[in-house]
Design a protein around this ligand. Structure first.
Ligand code: ZN
Length: 592
């Protein structure tokens, strides 16, 4: 990633302000010809008032993808004309073009954007397909209000399709009322599969690339998961915030993993084709859909309004991302896509993930994401924030005899901030939590578990919802080292003196080459080691390392270590109240 502190700290000196521009149209061309260049061609036309220079900037980031990217990097062949005459231009900073209009009233700008980033916040193309985000392509007038309407026209091959959440007009163009909306509605252009359905009176679309990949029975099966996700989310907030919803999915060949980026009435996901038919793809879908409420509308005050020229760090991503992830799990179980056992397995997995990671305060993890920390705490605000939401839900339901829930907190905060045109902070969030819990204070909870790094109080809170953690133990071959794999190999970072590797003489700094016959090429090699030696306690184990410019073979012994793992289960001794709370979480109900 490109993020650097120096870039984050830009923006000093007098703010530059563009001459006012109006009547803005963006023309985006994606044809076989531009596809052959892996590029999109962008035209921008506008009227100018005043005699000053026009300053056009491209965003530094795409909201939701919390990193500085600088989309101006991918621009080439910039030009500006008025009345058939080329206009002089230069740059005032690395993402701002200054156009000397010479008094011209109508100006056209053209440039190419290289679309080669397989990243849901960016632009990517193939010979028959492109996706892009408005942040990558649509310049805005520097220093001016972003509340301007604009038109978007897409020029493409006649047999190719366009899919977007943006509103289509009768003349085939697209348009929105503000720049915030324009850059929050990504596009698919080209050859892909597109269908739609009416869900609760709402038009819901599904666009997937490559054509034929999510097809036939697999597509029907996905629709069967996708369709029921809407109702449980609408029930939390008491309203449907969009007039249509569009899911855009890319399944690139040879792509591993999956991620998606939320928008106000759509999301764009990139997934391994192996994800087709898997529950986790539906879960990511539920997560992104919930974001249409939580973060696209209900949003931390630090990001209201969005700014596109600087980063906007906040301590609240544990709510915006973590609690969204809790609601992805709740949506899945309330929609019947998973059962309660699936919910417990997912939640137990989050508990294990947090337990195995360095302790980090949720506020600190939220703030730090912009620099993508490398210490293992980078994205912990997802699982740990999700668990914080789970615990708050239980505490609120217990304090209110299951009459209130975290749903009430979400609804109240949404109504009290987003609906009033502002963002939320501690007063609104904790005020709503306190009211839902009958006036109880959460200062201690915040100090210990949100601003602090104390382990979560599972043992006292989970039984209130008829749940508990049970500990399983198993024996596993372990070396007693921490390693890190980079371009130089798999390096030993720390050695436990009483572990198998420490006893054999392995030292921190050694590059691990082989364990017995297993060549070490990263984490999968250790899985192979554990599978191979899991029943060979005391067997001899040659350990080959490189230390400086020497290669050594150390004589070691396999050691099986007792490991414990926690599982979340239903408490057979749950009280009637705890059972009601547990059911309330699974179904979204409150009361008795
Ligand atoms: Zn998210």
């Amino acid at each position: 990633m490109l993020a650097s502190l120096a870039l984050l700290a830009l923006a000093t000196g007098a703010p530059a302000v563009s001459a006012p521009i109006t009547n803005i149209t963006y023309d985006v061309s994606f044809t076989r010809e531009t596809a052959a260049r892996r590029s999109l061609e962008v035209g921008m036309r506008f009227d100018v008032s005043g005699s000053g220079d026009v300053l056009l900037s491209l965003p530094t980031w795409t909201p939701g993808a919390y990193e500085v990217t600088n989309f101006a990097r991918w621009v080439s062949e910039f030009s500006a004309v008025a009345g058939g005459q080329a206009l002089r231009w230069d740059k005032v900073d690395y993402d701002t073009w200054r156009i000397r209009t010479g008094g011209a009233r109508q100006v056209s700008v053209r440039f190419m954007v290289y679309a080669d980033s397989l990243d849901n916040a960016m632009a990517w193309s193939r010979e028959d397909f492109a996706f892009f985000n408005g942040t990558n392509l649509f310049p805005y007038p520097e220093g001016r209000s972003l509340e301007f309407p604009a038109t978007v026209r897409i020029r493409t091959e006649s047999e190719w399709l366009v899919a977007t959440g943006m509103h289509r007009r009768p003349d085939g163009s697209y348009g929105e009322r503000s720049y915030h909306d324009l850059v929050d509605m990504p596009f698919f252009v080209g050859r892909f599969d597109l269908d739609s359905a009416t869900v609760n009176g709402l038009t819901v679309r599904l666009a997937t690339y490559p054509a034929g990949t999510l097809a036939g029975a697999a597509r029907s099966a996905f629709w069967d998961q996708y369709r029921p996700l809407f109702a449980p989310q609408v029930r939390v907030f008491g309203e449907t915030p969009y007039d249509s919803y569009t899911t855009l999915m890319v399944f690139p060949k040879d792509f591993g993993g999956g991620s998606a980026l939320e928008h106000q009435n759509s999301h764009l996901g990139i997934y391994t084709p192996e994800g087709i038919g898997q529950e986790w793809v539906a879960s990511v879908t539920a997560h992104e859909m919930f974001h249409a409420f939580n973060v696209k509308r209900l949003r931390p005050a630090e990001m209201v309004p969005y700014r596109y020229d600087v980063s906007q760090p906040t301590v609240w991503l544990w709510v915006s991302e973590g609690i969204t992830d809790y609601y992805a799990d709740l949506t899945m179980v309330r929609a019947g896509v998973i059962d309660s056992a699936g919910f417990l397995a997912t939640t137990g997995g989050k508990i294990a993930q947090v337990n195995q990671s360095p302790a980090v305060a949720l506020e600190d993890a939220s703030l730090s994401t912009w620099i993508h920390p490398t210490d293992g705490t980078g994205y912990l605000y997802y699982p740990k924030g999700s668990l914080a939401g789970f615990l708050l839900d239980i505490i609120i339901r217990d304090a209110s005899d299951n009459r209130q829930s975290l749903d009430a907190v979400m609804r109240e905060t949404y109504g009290g901030t987003f609906k009033k045109g502002k963002g939320f902070g501690a007063a609104e969030w904790w005020g709503a939590v306190r009211r839902a819990a009958g006036g109880r204070s959460f200062d201690g909870f915040n100090d210990r578990y949100i601003d602090g790094r104390e382990p979560f109080p599972y043992d006292t809170v989970l039984p209130l919802a008829g749940l508990r953690l049970v500990t399983d133990s198993m024996r596993s071959a372990r070396l007693g080292i921490n390693t890190s794999t980079d371009s130089t190999g798999t390096r030993v970072m720390a050695v436990a003196p009483d572990g198998a590797a420490g006893a054999a003489g392995v030292q921190a700094g050694d590059i691990l080459l082989a364990l017995g016959d297993i060549a070490i090429t990263g984490e999968p090699s250790f899985q192979q080691f554990r599978a191979t030696y899991g029943d060979k306690d005391g067997a001899s184990l040659p350990i080959r390392v490189r230390r400086g410019d020497q290669e050594l073979t150390l004589t070691g012994t396999v050691r099986l270590v007792v490991l414990t793992q926690q599982r979340l289960v239903l408490d057979p001794d749950a009280s009637a109240k705890a059972q009601r709370i547990r059911n309330g979480i699974f179904t979204g109900s409150t009361g008795n």
